[in-house]
Design a protein around this ligand. Structure first.
Ligand code: TMP
Length: 212
């Protein structure tokens, strides 16, 4: 886990919640404060994990058996965590990751239906008890999020975005349930606010954690 000034921050949420924009903003703000920041993403982040991401997208992994999806996510995550995230934290850097274990809990475990116990069993094998220091759940009604996300041309447009609205409602519920059960680590942010207000809320919380 992160020590001293190192901090492992993740952003989570359904489709179109605005994670990418906010990650850029918080990273820029922290760099201005003199912090060394590493921005990364999942699935992906390291070279091997990016290859797994490409496979997932090319093969429309959202339609794979759930165990295949979850195991791939944790295979990629194990490599990414050991080769990129932990070394950066050990150097005292702030690591900001677009999605992490909570996405597997919610996409495969909760909305997908594999169950949280199965996900946590795989997690234990892959990354042990490693968790982010701080997680922002960008919360938005999926009806709005999907409209926002459409046409952004993300490389993952063809995977989960085409699932029905009930799946996306379940994603939202799953993230909120995780936030409720992990109140110290997770902070829910109303992602329907304007971009500046979301950025200010995130930065205020990051600064609070850094000062703690
Ligand atoms: P992105 O669109 O935010 O880049 O995320 C890639 C897609 O992969 C997104 O639709 C969510 C999905 N995903 C999972 O299903 N499980 C996971 O563990 C992760 C990290 C992402």
């Amino acid at each position: 886990m992160a020590d001293g000034k190192a901090l492992f921050i993740t952003l989570e949420g359904g489709e179109g919640a605005g994670k990418s924009t906010q990650i850029k903003r918080v990273a820029a703000a922290l760099e201005q404060m003199g912090k060394q920041v590493v921005v990364t993403r999942e699935p992906g982040g390291s070279k091997a994990a990016e290859a797994m991401r490409n496979l997932f997208i090319a093969e429309n992994g959202a339609e794979w058996p759930l165990a295949t999806q979850a195991l791939l996510m944790f295979t990629a995550r194990s490599h990414h965590t050991e080769t990129l995230i932990k070394p950066a934290l050990a150097e005292g850097k702030v690591v900001i990751c677009d999605r992490y274990t909570d996405s597997t809990r919610v996409y495969q475990g909760y909305a997908g239906g594999m169950g949280l116990k199965a996900i946590d069993d795989i997690k234990e094998l892959a990354i042990g008890d490693f968790e982010p220091d701080l997680t922002f759940i960008l919360d938005i009604d999926p009806e709005i999020g999907l409209k926002r996300g459409a046409g952004r041309g993300n490389d993952t447009d063809t995977t989960f975005e085409q699932k029905d609205i009930e799946f996306h409602q379940a994603l939202r519920e799953g993230f909120l349930e995780i936030a409720e059960g992990n109140a110290v680590r997770c902070k829910v942010i109303d992602a329907t606010q304007d971009e500046d207000s979301v950025a200010a809320a995130i930065l205020a919380e990051v600064e609070k954690r850094m000062a703690a």
